[in-house]
Write a protein that binds this ligand. Structure first.
Ligand code: COA
Length: 154
């Protein structure tokens, strides 16, 4: 399978069983079904799914307040990693951020999550801060990584 087979579409409540299963495989502190349902219904949130052969293999969410954008839960099923699914999701979110005239997109990532940090850095996110003890299970600092749009011309 090639990276070009990945497509991105809106996540819906019908995807929740697949999302909850992936969430449990991807995070030590997974979000509950109730939290996902609330987030999916929030009009200041956008949730996207990455699909391969018609099935969701990853997802990510973003929310915005005025011109500030925040990304949540970028996750790709372990069986489908390193095929560009997270990159496709991030590219789509950055496109949405620009379309909505956001000033920046920001996120938290575990300080030791080298793969995710490499991914975000490749999309122009910079480390702008650290939240001590932000994660509990297991305990770890969060890096705050932000991509600013003002400086970009496209
Ligand atoms: C981080 C994660 C979302 C990446 O998903 P993915 O679909 O495998 O990422 P992509 O295939 O789009 O990777 C794009 C690039 O990011 C970097 N990257 C991604 N995963 C990496 C890893 N484990 N180690 C090193 N670099 C990595 C590479 O530069 C990669 O390009 P390459 O494959 O050509 O080398 C996925 O590993 C995951 O779901 N992890 C568990 C949940 C998580 O940590 N989410 C982030 C929370 S902030």
């Amino acid at each position: 399978m090639t990276r070009s087979e990945i497509t991105v579409r809106r996540l819906t409540e019908a995807d929740l069983p697949a999302v909850l299963a992936m969430e449990a495989r991807c995070f030590p502190d997974p979000w509950s079904e109730g939290v996902f349902r609330t987030a999916l219904r929030d009009e200041s949130c956008l949730w996207l799914a990455a699909e391969l052969c018609g099935a969701p293999v990853g997802y990510a969410g973003m929310q915005w307040v005025l011109d500030e954008g925040y990304i949540d839960n970028v996750a790709v099923d372990p069986a489908f990693r390193r095929r560009g699914a997270a990159s496709a999701l991030l590219a789509a979110m950055i496109g949405e951020g620009k379309k909505r005239a956001l000033s920046f997109l920001s996120l938290e990532v575990r300080a030791g999550n080298e793969g995710a940090i490499a991914l975000y850095t490749s999309f122009g996110f910079e480390t702008v801060g650290r939240r001590k003890g932000y994660y509990l299970r297991p305990p770890e600092d969060a890096l705050i990584m932000t991509k600013y749009f003002e400086a970009e011309t496209i």
